[in-house]
Design a protein around this ligand. Sequence first.
Ligand code: NAD
Length: 303
Amino acid sequence: MSNIGFIGLGIMGNPMCRNLLKAGHKVVVYDVVPALIDRVTEYGASRGGSSREVAEQSDIVITMLPDGPEVEQAIHGPGGVFEGARPGSTVIDMSSISPLVAQNVGAACAAKGLRFLDAPVSGGEPKAIEGSLAIMVGGDEAVFHEMAPVLQAMGSSVTLTGPVGAGNVTKLANQIVVACNIAAMGEALVLATRAGLDPNVVFNAIKGGLAGSTVLNAKAPMVIARNFKPGFRIRLHQKDLRNALLAADSMKVGLPLTSTVQQMLMTLMNQGKGDLDHSAIVMFIEEMAGIEVKAPPAATEKP
Ligand code: NAD
């Protein structure tokens, strides 16, 4: 069992910490919001006063923060991990950040004698609670194998995909597939509704064929029920696609579909919809068509 420090106790960090505690690890935690620390100390974690204090008491420090700037601040900002960590300790960043930032943080850790993995996750809050996240890891193979049991306390699939930064490249690939799928689903359901069809019937007709997907099964019912409670927020997905475009630009790769969906997400954020579930991408397409996806009156009227 390990002495683990955990920084960032939001939607994902809280249940991930609980699963580390359940697996028998000793966990010391920190978040800039004190009330979020209270919620995890109730389950047996001990309280750290800063990222530095967390690092002083840990052999492994895990961060689960919104984006790269927060990760850099927690690791090498004032009162950060670098001020408290002992050489030979391991830092695992599980946030979804730019692969370029992950590589910079990895190099800074190496210069301090610390080991580093980038290990973002997929699966959202339900899988974080179940401990069945998909965890995609970048870093040194020996460090990966040593840390795998710790990661397995939070995830059911833990995969090394390459050197530092590869975890986040893999996560961006995941986010591109999900975002473009949701946008395509939105166009399909708007077209079907405008044609006078029941979108639920269309969904059921296509879900078993080649168009079927986990995304379609999860998100089409939400759109048809007009349930946009997150889930995964528009603003976080916009951040991921922005990071994908920045990484692609640095490698001279064009991502035309990702770029279009990123613009849709930014427009929705500017309309005050940043905290809706990402299935609300359909609203962008609905506005262009002047129509809302819903069953036609005949399908909802009682005989
Ligand atoms: P969140 O906003 O709920 O949690 C982030 C936490 O970090 C907050 O509690 C915040 O107070 C804390 N924080 C911010 N700056 C800090 C600092 N400098 N020091 C200490 N604490 C700080 O976000 P989340 O939904 O838990 O997501 C975390 C990461 O996981 C993001 O990168 C997100 O893209 C990714 N992710 C989220 C989901 C999801 O469904 N929510 C799924 C997969 C991946």
